[in-house]
Design a binder for this molecule. Structure first.
Ligand SMILES: [Zn+2]
Length: 63
């Protein structure tokens, strides 16, 4: 699994967040089709956490 090169920045304190997990999300809308991983059968969502304030964020992984 290859992570996005660009870091996620915390919306609260603007620190670079740690990429600490990936989870599989099942698509619920046709908009999601572009993100669908045909091998995994779902959408890979990256989970990020801020080391400074603990804020969590997630985004869809693009390949
Ligand atoms: Zn933060």
């Amino acid at each position: 699994m290859v992570a996005n090169a660009s870091p996620v920045v915390c919306a609260t304190c603007e620190r670079e967040m740690n990429h600490h997990a990936e989870k599989l999300v099942h698509p619920t809308d046709s908009v999601d089709d572009g993100y669908l991983d045909p091998i995994l059968g779902g959408i890979v969502e990256e989970v990020h956490a801020c080391p400074a304030c603990g804020t969590g964020a997630s985004r869809r992984s693009t390949r």
